[in-house]
Ligand binder design. Structure first.
Ligand code: HEM
Length: 308
């Protein structure tokens, strides 16, 4: 099953051709790096908390008959934090690169009720803020370690610990938004994207990907993956997994679906003439079912795609 799928992949050897995931490499880098950012920052704080709670943990150490070195925990806290700060520059750099090549779907909404584009921008701003906070905390922690508390046994102040905990909370919200970008909206996530478009494995195996380079993608945003299909579930019209409209049961559903699916329509192909929605130059829906709101919903469902 894997072999034919791989056969449809572009040649990445030039380093510039975009694949089905919209990136010039097979796996997105940013989602991999964020694990280092989050993991190193969290573990640094945990080591600092263990060191700071040394006295409180003494009964447990006695029970286990071990004598852990408090300074070693502070060392672990410091070097993990420094590593988090350094790697986060790369995490954010790849975040920007992959954001520029992303094609956020219009019409889809996150579990927090936010559209894809807004989620992406909020996540981007949150990401830069996270980097800023991690770097500031590293400088603060470094000054405490080497200057202000160099002669004290407790290398980290409680105030630092409390602020670092708040920043970890913020990064968790940031990470959840990122997960919504990859999972809910399928950004650079080929599997999630095709599930949302209801592409079967059979369809994927027959895909030919129009060759596109990074430069073309940046100057010409349209998606290079297949468009979702229109379909009905009961009297509800869907575009991929996006629920678009409820239409009257008496509507000729097969005819409408044929018209919608036969052509890769773009948002601009739907227009409102009088009280009637037109698809191209023909009325789309029977009289009495139309209106501006429905037009917007049809257009919103299509905004992420355009005529190939
Ligand atoms: C400390 C900062 C950041 C953290 C902790 C973070 C975290 C995450 C996480 C957890 C994901 C989901 C990964 C997955 O699907 O498995 C994600 C995805 C994403 N993030 Fe971030 N992020 C950060 C900064 C940024 C910045 C600054 C940008 C852009 C300006 C950005 C853009 C994106 C994009 C476009 C995605 C979708 C998946 C992809 O990149 O291929 N992130 N992020």
């Amino acid at each position: 099953m894997i072999r034919p799928l791989l056969a449809t992949q572009p040649d990445w050897s030039s380093g510039l051709d975009l694949g089905l995931n919209g990136l010039p490499y097979a796996l997105p880098v940013h989602p991999n790096l964020v694990h280092f950012t989050i993991g190193l920052f969290a573990i640094a704080l945990i080591f600092d908390l263990i060191a700071t709670s040394h006295g409180l943990l003494q009964p447990i150490y006695n029970l286990l008959q071990i004598k852990p070195d408090r300074a070693a925990y502070y060392d672990l806290g410091w070097w993990n934090l420094l590593a988090a700060a350094l790697i986060t520059f790369v995490t954010v750099a790849f975040g920007f690169f992959e954001m520029l090549l992303a094609e956020p779907p219009a019409g889809a909404v996150s579990p927090w009720g936010l559209p894809a584009l807004e989620t992406m921008y909020l996540h981007g701003v949150g990401g830069v803020f996270s980097l800023f906070m991690i770097v500031l905390l590293t400088i603060w922690r470094g000054l405490e370690r080497y200057r202000w508390r160099a002669r004290l046994r407790a290398q980290v102040s409680l105030r630092y610990g409390a602020v670092a905990l708040l920043v970890l909370g913020f990064i968790s919200i940031q990470a959840e938004m990122g997960a919504q970008l990859g999972g809910t909206f399928g950004l650079h996530n080929t599997a999630a994207l095709h599930i949302s478009q209801k592409q079967s494995v059979a369809t994927l195996q027959t895909l030919t990907i129009p060759p596109r380079t990074v430069g073309q993608a940046l100057s010409n945003p349209p998606a290079n993956y297949p468009l979702p299909r229109w379909e009905f579930q009961g009297d509800r019209l869907y575009y991929g997994i996006q629920s678009v409209l409820t239409l009257p049961a008496e509507l000729a559903q097969p005819e409408l679906l044929t018209r919608l699916n036969d052509h890769a329509w773009s948002a601009d192909d739907f227009s409102l003439v009088g009280d009637q929605i037109y698809l191209g130059d023909r009325p789309l829906l029977p009289a009495g079912t139309t209106g501006q709101a429905q037009l917007y919903r049809l257009q919103a469902a299509l905004l992420s795609s355009s005529d190939p």
